[in-house]
Design a protein around this ligand. Structure first.
Ligand code: LLP
Length: 406
């Protein structure tokens, strides 16, 4: 655990509260960057994992690029100081307006995910009388061996295009005066702890680059997506040097810039959700600890049955533990932050720290049950600052109008 004073932060900013350790996030960035030392490489932080501007800014200062899946994310990246020429725009369903805006902003490349989209990008670029830099997301059809909801590299998933179609699309793009194919992309899934599927996918896609080179399609960026797994419980993450070496060896002989798009790896274990105990209750034998944080704050346990380690501040050494579910106030049986955790007797006001909450935590938060989203605090060099205010009731209704005016 870092040296952040969670008690003091909870006191000052109230709960539920997200706390980010920017020093940790920076050190993750540096570790990954240095694994690629000696290669041309660009890390494009996957904004979706944690879209807080101060978090993005931390990576921008390190020289990071951004992987974005909406024009909103592109604008966040720019606002936080990421250079346009380091921004990639991906996603299976971009609208014409989004494509146009992305082209206007002169980002590095638009990552195309279907033949129909390629034609749309071409049409928009033609209208603008420009050439659109593109990459194509290839679906290498390998099993990433992760949770089915976060697995993306199989034909049964909606992402990317098959190798043969990708090849035809590259040829089409090369012959179009409004398309410039500069990159190739794959992303097989998230929270990967096994290197072999990444290696296999990299080799398949590198072979495609070789065959494209043979017909003069000059790919320069080899984008291996994100997906590096982290420790939530007792997972064994992929060794960074082995990861980098696997990619390097797949593209040996090809002069390519390696792009990777980590989200979770950079931020998951640098984020904490602080929540306070409201009550305890028993339904028969079953023990529940009811807290002020809920599935609208952190959806991962409810959505993926994801495990997040729990710590009860100040009660780490207590004996007399018994199993309980930690649940929120939302009207859903699926509203829980942890199940069957061994907890000491709890009092109202006890502070619980939900760990590994920096990735897909706040960014997946909602206002379900008219709950304002939590505040966010960021810490760097021993100093912590509020970087996003807690929403108010007024914030939640400000875009609404009563149908019947008085
Ligand atoms: N690049 C692409 C094209 C992606 O689709 C994703 C994540 C990433 C990069 C970043 O992946 P990461 O390095 O974070 O694994 N909400 C889920 C995770 C969804 C991931 C979606 N795509 C969760 O909470 O586990």
């Amino acid at each position: 655990m870092s040296k952040i004073d969670f008690e003091a932060l909870a006191q000052e900013f109230k709960t539920p509260l997200y706390v980010y350790d920017l020093d940790y996030m920076k050190s993750q960035y540096k570790a990954l960057k240095s694994a690629f030392e000696g290669e041309k490489s660009l890390i494009c932080y996957a904004i979706k994992a944690n879209s807080n501007l101060s978090v993005i800014q931390t990576f921008a200062k390190e020289g990071s690029g951004a992987d974005c899946v909406s024009i909103g994310e592109v604008k966040r990246a720019l606002k936080a100081g990421i250079q346009p020429y380091k921004i990639i725009f991906s996603g299976v369903g971009k609208s014409d307006e989004e494509i146009k805006e992305a082209l206007n902003l002169k980002i590095l490349m638009i990552n195309v995910e279907s033949e129909a989209e390629l034609k749309r990008v071409e049409a928009v670029a033609k209208e603008m009388k420009i050439e659109a830099r593109i990459s194509i997301r290839v679906n290498p059809n390998v099993d990433p061996k992760t949770h089915p909801y976060i697995s993306t590299g199989l034909n049964e998933n909606k992402f990317g295009v098959e190798i043969d179609l990708a090849k035809r699309m590259y040829i089409y793009a090369k012959n179009s005066s409004n398309l410039e194919p500069v990159g190739i992309h794959f992303h097989i899934g998230s929270q990967l702890t096994d290197l072999s599927p990444i290696k296999e996918a990299a080799e398949i896609v590198a072979d495609l680059v070789r065959s494209l080179r043979a017909i003069d399609v000059d790919i320069r960026f080899f984008d291996v997506g994100g997906g590096l797994g982290v420790v939530y419980d007792n997972e064994k993450p992929i060794d960074l040097k082995e990861y980098a070496n696997a990619i390097k060896s797949a593209i040996r002989g090809l002069d390519l810039t390696i792009v990777c798009e980590p989200g979770r790896f950079l931020v998951a274990n640098g984020g904490y959700l602080l929540t306070k105990v409201l009550y305890e209750k028993y339904n028969g034998e079953k023990r529940f600890v009811i807290v002020d944080g809920a599935m609208n704050d952190l959806l991962r346990p409810s959505l993926y049955n994801a495990y997040h380690k729990i710590e009860v501040l100040g009660k780490e050494n207590e004996k007399n533990l018994s199993k309980a579910d930690i649940v929120g106030p939302i009207c859903e049986s699926g509203d829980f932050l942890a199940k069957d955790v061994e907890l000491p007797p709890m009092q109202s006001g006890d502070l619980i720290v939900v760990k590994s909450a920096g990735a897909y935590g706040f960014s997946m938060a909602s206002n379900y049950n008219t709950r304002p989203r939590a505040a966010e605090v960021a810490c760097e060099d021993g100093e912590c600052r509020l970087v996003r205010k807690r929403e108010s009731f007024e914030d939640l209704i400000k875009l609404e109008e009563l149908y019947l005016k008085e």
